[in-house]
Ligand binder design. Structure first.
Ligand code: PRX
Length: 569
């Protein structure tokens, strides 16, 4: 390994969209960005219009908007195609009662239908609620139930994980396939599209603060919370697409995340389409050959992924890499978990490119701390705040600490993409703020140049492969298993996934630990909740460490045991 990771890595010369960070930081105002949107003149607001219809109106209808690849299958859609298909789909949704403000859950695999459904729902002023394709019954139920979702767009496979009998609010379920694939009370979209005339200009004009989408996200306590964003977020999402993704007219852009995660929506759909980029959608699961071949086949120039994916590619070695021509790549970015210096070195040595870390959260709605292509990267740092954003490291009372000290990463409120609300939970929303600062829950250190270094979480939230997992949710599921009396769940450090979910359990009387039993418990969580939430390790203890007074499980103590084990190796 070279010593690259010890010193800043300088940018290569290029015509970047933000060439002079420091100067722009001094004078930038979010108001300047508003001029870029058609609503600045017309007063008519809708994210879907700015992403699609506007480009058609401005003469870019024939430009490729979406290139879908799944193994040997490929489909290509122009902006005009997307406009027509989403207008048509919107007409169907409208006929079945979808209107402004309704939540439309979208539970589909990563494929064109998912993207079309998102845009169609937003055209009608509905609130798009994308669900991750790996969610199982309980995870789906919790989310739809929490906000009493009335509409769902799914397919005949995933809909089997939607327990309709337990979801009285769910009135209408659309299936993307033909009537032969639909069960009772399900509407075939193929049939409905034949029956309903396409409607031009299906767009409902809105206010900037009207609701746009809802993403459920985990914390360290309670069930996942519904984080709602407003159309106003487009100001921030557009600008970071320009500055941070550095999108230009000829770019082919690939974000590897499913829209069920905030990255897959914000940087998989909105930011690139607001910047009129061609997006690539890769169906199927992670696999080095399929990923490299997608880059080669579609000519990806800008690639946004996550540390676990890069680490998995690194672990595959150069054999897979050497089979493909990846010379189209010009800009690579990462998000979701700490990006190890080793991975940055791997990127330089094998892909010949720097990997640019970015930091943000579901709640923040867009990137806040980033490494720009025009600036030096300090390996191990998440970068610096974008213009328009002020960050600080704060003590427990919300007072800024000097550089070099570890504390709570805070962001001066507010900015255009910040969450509009936590669904029906004002108390939770308010709990994020202190002294005018948004408190992220992350711990960080600032250096003298303003670079931010991630130091971990201040709570028990688990980050496995960039996916946010609440220990409470997993613990609740574990104790539903007939053999489990108590459970404590933590994130255990892992070289590939950052952290893995590890469960400590106490068995009920009459049960003895065995490999079969533990596997059965693991599968129980996997089948009910989601594969990524299922503990990769389960350890049986006689008792769990608890606080003396309230008897709460001390996850911190469980975590300390694991960290000590790793360090001792
Ligand atoms: O702990 C931070 C981590 O992911 C959390 C946010 O997770 P989520 O809402 O799912 O959003 C992920 C993608 C926007 C943060 O509180 N995180 C995110 N980016 C980074 C990170 N940790 C370290 N480095 C990052 N670049």
């Amino acid at each position: 390994m070279s010593d690259l990771h010890l010193k800043p890595i300088q940018p290569v010369d290029g015509a970047y969209n933000l060439p002079n960070y420091k100067a722009v930081y001094q004078e930038f105002s979010w108001n300047d960005v508003e001029k870029e949107f058609s609503w600045h003149q017309t007063g008519k607001v809708n994210m879907a219009y700015e992403c699609i219809d506007r480009h058609v109106a401005e003469g870019y209808g024939d430009k490729i908007a979406l290139h879908y690849v799944n193994g040997d299958e490929e489909q290509v859609f122009t902006f005009k195609d997307i406009q027509e298909k989403t207008d048509h789909l919107a007409a169907v949704l409208k006929k079945y009662g979808v209107k402004k403000g309704d939540i439309v859950f979208i539970f589909l695999p990563k494929g064109p239908e998912c993207y079309l459904a998102m845009i169609a729902a937003i055209k009608l002023g509905a609130v798009a609620g994308p669900l991750f394709e790996a969610f199982m019954e309980e995870a789906v139920k919790d989310r739809i139930m929490d906000c009493e979702g009335r509409f769902l767009i799914s397919d005949s496979e995933l809909v089997k994980r939607v327990p309709r009998h337990e979801l009285p609010s769910l009135e209408t379920v659309f299936i993307t396939e033909g009537p032969d694939k639909c069960r009772e009370n399900e509407i075939s979209l193929i049939k409905a599209l034949e029956e309903v005339e396409p409607e031009k200009n299906s767009i409902e004009w809105l206010e900037l603060d009207d609701r746009l989408n809802i993403h459920y996200t985990s914390g360290s306590t309670g069930k996942p919370k519904g984080i709602v964003h407003a159309h106003r977020a487009m100001i921030h999402q557009y600008q970071t697409g320009k500055w941070v993704l550095d999108i230009k007219e000829d770019d082919v852009y690939w974000c590897t995340a499913h829209p069920g995660w905030v990255t897959g929506t914000v940087y998989g759909i909105f930011a690139p389409w607001l910047n009129r980029a061609t997006i690539v959608v890769n169906g199927g699961r992670f696999n080095a050959d399929s990923w490299y071949s997608t880059i080669e086949k579609t000519g990806v120039t800008v690639w946004y992924s996550a540390p676990t994916a890069f680490r998995m590619l690194k672990a595959e070695g150069n054999e897979a890499l050497e089979k493909y021509n990846l010379s189209s790549l010009r800009h690579i970015l990462s998000v979701g978990e700490p990006l190890n210096p080793e991975v940055i070195v791997w990127g330089i040595e094998t892909l010949g490119k720097r990997i640019h870390d970015t930091w943000w959260m579901t709640e923040t709605g867009a990137q806040l701390i980033v490494n720009l292509p025009s600036e030096a990267i300090k390996p191990g740092s998440m970068g610096r705040p974008i213009p328009g954003i002020e960050v600080a490291v704060l003590d427990d009372n919300g007072i800024p600490l000097p550089n070099g000290q570890i504390g709570h990463l805070g962001i001066k409120a507010s900015w255009p993409a910040i969450m509009r609300e936590v669904w029906k939970n004002e108390e939770k929303y308010q709990s994020y703020f202190i002294n005018g600062w948004y408190i992220s829950g992350d711990l960080a250190v600032l250096d003298e140049d303003g670079y931010v270094f991630f130091q971990g979480r201040s709570d028990d939230m688990i980050n496995s492969s960039g996916e946010r997992i609440g220990p409470f949710e997993v613990e609740s599921k574990l104790i539903e298993h007939e053999a489990v009396a108590e459970a404590g769940v933590i994130g255990k450090p892992d070289p590939v996934r950052g952290e893995i979910v590890k469960a400590f359990i106490v068995l009920k009387k009459g049960y003895t630990p065995s490999a079969d039993l533990l596997e059965n418990i693991r599968m129980f969580v996997k089948q009910k909740l989601a594969a990524h939430s299922a503990p990769r390790e389960i350890e049986v203890l006689d008792e769990l460490p608890k606080t003396k007074i309230s008897g709460k499980i001390l996850r911190r103590e469980l975590k300390a045991r694991e960290t000590v084990k790793v360090e001792a190796r």
